[in-house]
Design a protein around this ligand. Structure first.
Ligand SMILES: [Zn+2]
Length: 317
């Protein structure tokens, strides 16, 4: 068996830039190299050139080849290895992992942004020391990843943790007289449409009658609520209840020891105090509700989580 690589590259693929960070220690806290380039959006060959160029530069700068982990947008089809639902058009339908492995002559581990976030917070992050954790990203969408003993659970389809695409329950839909909104995934009434940051803003817009002056973002709604605006207060309570319902379902299915929030809504400090109590109302009396914690690494999770994918693959090989 060959010795696992000592240096791990985490590559975060975004809609505008590709960033590589090389980590040189087992805790993945020591940065050895960092570089970013613009994301080629429409040519798969140009995309491969960009990633391989970054890897080769890092290899040259560090004097030895590192292992490669990639955080890619969308979903990787587990049967074909092809990328689906990516916001980088050049990647859709392409077998990114196999193509990169062939060009870089080394294994390449791929996960999505939610999986990278969960792994990063499970290892030395906010969830360090807990046997199991759920990393919930609540921003423009609502996704997440589940880690047990520091290992990511991927599941059959690679979508374990996609809690945002379960349906709003009739109980809450009727209680709040909610509209049924269709989701980009093809289903209707997905929780993501209501509990994400964009969902929160959409609910405010809907209940204020859809007026253009009601096109507020989450920080603006929060400011109104702090000033005791009745509609903003009502929407804040409603959103909290819907979000708490979604996270309570995770407790019933996966029962994590802790939940770490990521994405734009993780900046709402009030959620860390309010969510456990709000979740308890959706769970039976004997359930110990997990702590809900802010992230330690936040935006750095993309590259760090991707490097952890590489580290884990290297040690399992
Ligand atoms: Zn959906």
């Amino acid at each position: 068996m060959t010795k696992p690589a000592e240096i791990h590259y985490g590559i975060d693929i975004g809609g505008s830039k590709i960033e590589l960070v090389a980590y040189g220690d087992a805790e993945l806290l020591e940065e050895r190299f960092r570089k970013r380039v613009a994301t080629p959006l429409h040519s798969f060959d140009a995309f491969l050139d960009a990633v391989c160029g970054l890897v080769q530069e890092a290899d040259a700068a560090l004097g030895s080849p590192g292992s490669v982990g990639l955080g890619a947008p969308g979903v990787t089809d587990p049967r074909s290895g092809r990328q689906l639902s990516s916001n980088v058009p050049a990647l859709n339908g392409q077998a990114l992992g196999p193509a990169l492995q062939a060009r870089l002559n080394r294994p390449v581990s791929i996960g999505n942004d939610c999986q990278c976030f969960a792994l990063s917070e499970a290892h030395g992050g906010a969830a360090a020391g807990y046997p199991s954790m759920f990393g919930a990203i609540i921003g423009t969408g609502a996704g997440g990843g589940f880690c047990q003993n520091g290992q990511l659970l991927r599941g059959r389809n690679g979508l374990a943790g996609e809690w945002g695409h379960s349906a709003l329950p009739a109980l809450l839909q009727q209680k709040y007289q909610l509209p049924l909104w269709s989701c980009a995934c093809g289903l209707t009434g997905c929780l993501e449409r209501y509990v994400s940051g964009s969902g929160y803003a959409a609910l405010y817009r809907y209940f204020s009658g859809g007026k253009t002056e009601s096109m507020l973002d989450v920080p603006a709604i929060e400011v109104l609520a702090e000033a005791a605006d009745p509609l903003a207060l009502k929407l804040r309570e409603m959103h909290l209840d819907l979000l708490a319902y979604g996270l309570a379902q995770l407790v019933l299915i996966e029962d994590p020891h802790v939940i770490v929030l990521g994405g734009g809504l993780s900046k709402l400090q009030r959620l860390y105090a309010q969510l456990p109590e709000a979740m308890a109302r959706h769970l039976f009396a004997s359930v110990q509700v997990p702590e809900v914690l802010p992230p330690r690494f936040g935006d750095a999770a993309g590259t760090r989580g991707a490097a952890l994918l590489a580290l884990q693959a290297a040690h399992l090989a």
